[in-house]
Ligand binder design. Structure first.
Ligand code: GAP
Length: 510
């Protein structure tokens, strides 16, 4: 299946089963805005819980906060977002479409990477088991030429972006002969900077003095509370503050479903460390975070690290964890070494000291910060797209199954009576009442058992419990496993343990 088709399939599955709906759909929707439905909100909550448990509850030196979306406007002046939170934009004069100039260039780089991958595939085909990928990548003439090309483009882009040389970015687009994907023309405007923050007015006062922003990242709520938390929690460095919350960006190219939205959720953690130790912690958190991802079992090959070409204005080292989305490898999470930039800036603008007294070295200093920042919606898309499978069955039919990690599945078990007669529904409901206190359960008595199983497969429910006539005689039920489709007869008393073992988050957190 083509990758674009896969994304379309995910979007339609998400809507059909109540995971994600276009926002304000009865008014034809609002671009790049989505609502999470009854199953989507459960899945989202479970992802949050996995993150929160592993980052906050499993780390004695990390605590969580929940700070306001609105903040004093000086926060965004200090953080650099008012002056530097810009995207370089370019318009195509024929299609009137607007693009991020750096994204157009990165698309070219991605195409060249595709050529390298094709060479590798040819090599595999030619040499079979004797194929040595590392050696091939280091010696093949075509690969080396394409690698050189990529390096040349990346170097030019980095130099231009870092020095705010927008003409240089424009010239690179011209030299690469990039055409508008819609009109096919190379008739471009110059490149301009565009600030991504949404603004609004506070209270009844209008004008510049009342202008406030919707936060473009949750991190600043953590920075301005650094001393509050450190003092009230008697925290000792190194320690972290975590937060999950909404962020807002007026994205120009908002597309690809929930991948890039104007209102989205972040799960961020700022880890405060002694100056000079930031690189050690940067490596530590890169390692911790990739492990967190891989434990979900979505496939290790779906992840790769990507070092930033253009560093954000606050960072001295930054890497993305990229995921193989239906649109290809794209950023899922960022790990940034933010230095002491933010705290120092807040000290300067607020006039308040934001320092830590380190008893071990008897010194006051502004801590350095290593940040991990993951988009919750992107994580949702990564899970949905990699778990959505269309399987051919032995009898020739097909089933759609969401192989969600059981701990994240919206429903853990569906309880069903075989028929609506002979007091089977009553028995099923009494089992449901017991299981409900432990797990999110669904009751389903409509349609044939086969159809009901398919419905649960499609929403990722790990177990189905079927109550039949034998249940009334010996208190046993059949329990069906979503992935193997095998059914086993067990006693009702065993259900909580069997289901609990499978859906517990404990394994993921070990
Ligand atoms: N505090 C650092 C920060 O905000 P970022 O790389 O700009 O860094 C962090 O954003 C993460 O937030 C990204 O890796 C991505 O997962 C998510 N994210 C950023 N912009 C987004 C958008 N428009 N829609 C959905 N998720 C987004």
């Amino acid at each position: 299946m083509q990758k674009e088709d896969k994304l379309k399939e995910i979007i339609s599955h998400a809507k059909e089963y109540g995971f994600v709906f276009p926002s304000s759909e009865i008014y034809d929707g609002l671009s790049a805005t989505y609502d999470y439905g009854q199953l989507g909100s459960e899945l989202k909550n479970n992802i949050k819980s996995y993150w929160w448990k592993s980052m906050v509850q499993m780390n004695e030196n990390i605590v969580g906060v929940d700070t306001a979306i609105f903040m004093h406007p000086s926060v965004w002046k200090a953080s650099g977002h008012v002056d530097a939170f810009n995207d370089p934009l370019i318009d195509n004069k024929d299609s009137k479409k607007r693009y991020r100039a750096d994204v157009l260039i990165e698309d070219v780089i991605e195409k060249i990477r595709g050529k390298i991958n094709k060479e590798v595939a040819k090599g595999v085909k030619r040499f079979g088991d004797d194929f040595n990928k590392d050696e091939f990548l280091a010696t093949n003439v075509n690969v080396l030429r394409n690698k050189e090309k990529i390096k040349g483009i990346e170097d030019r882009m980095r130099t231009s972006l870092e020095s705010e040389d927008l003409e240089g970015v424009y010239n690179l687009i011209m030299d690469l002969e990039i055409a508008c994907p819609v009109s096919g023309s190379k008739n471009w405007t110059e490149v301009r900077q565009f600030n991504l923050m949404f603004s609004t007015e506070l209270g009844s006062v209008s004008g510049e003095s009342a202008k406030i922003y919707l936060r473009p990242e949750t991190a600043q709520g953590i920075f301005v509370n650094f001393l509050n938390v450190q003092k009230s929690g008697r925290m000792k460095l190194p320690f972290g503050i975590a937060q999950i919350g909404k962020a807002f960006r007026n994205e120009i190219v908002a597309r690809q479903f929930i991948f890039r939205m104007r209102e989205f959720e972040q799960m961020e953690m700022q880890f405060f460390v002694r100056p000079g130790e930031e690189m050690k912690w940067y490596e530590h958190w890169k390692d911790q975070r990739i492990q967190w991802h891989k434990k979900l079992g979505l496939g290790d090959d779906n992840y790769r690290f990507h070092d930033h070409i253009k560093m954000a204005h606050y960072a001295n080292a930054a890497a993305d964890i990229e995921f193989d989305f239906p649109m290809g490898f794209k950023e899922l999470e960022g790990i940034h070494s933010r230095t002491d930039f933010d705290l120092k800036q807040h000290e300067q603008l607020s006039g308040k000291k934001l320092q830590y007294f380190d008893p071990e070295i008897n010194e006051n200093y502004v801590p350095y910060v290593v940040e991990t920042s993951i988009g919750l919606d992107r994580m949702f898309l990564a899970i949905l797209s990699s778990c959505h499978k269309v399987e051919k069955l032995e009898n020739g039919s097909e089933r759609v199954v969401l192989c969600l990690p059981p701990a994240l599945a919206p429903y853990k078990v569906a309880v069903m009576p075989l028929t609506r007669k002979d007091e089977l529904p009553e028995k099923a409901k009494s089992i449901l009442a017991t299981l409900k206190t432990e797990f999110n359960c669904q009751y389903d008595e409509k349609d044939s058992p086969g159809k009901r199983y398919r419905r649960q497969d499609a929403i990722g429910t790990p177990y189905c419990v079927m109550v039949d006539h034998q249940t009334l005689e010996d208190n046993t039920v059949t329990i069906r496993d979503r992935d193997t489709m095998e059914q086993e007869r067990v006693s009702i008393d065993q259900l909580t343990t069997i289901i609990g073992d499978k859906v517990s988050m404990a394994e993921l957190l070990k």
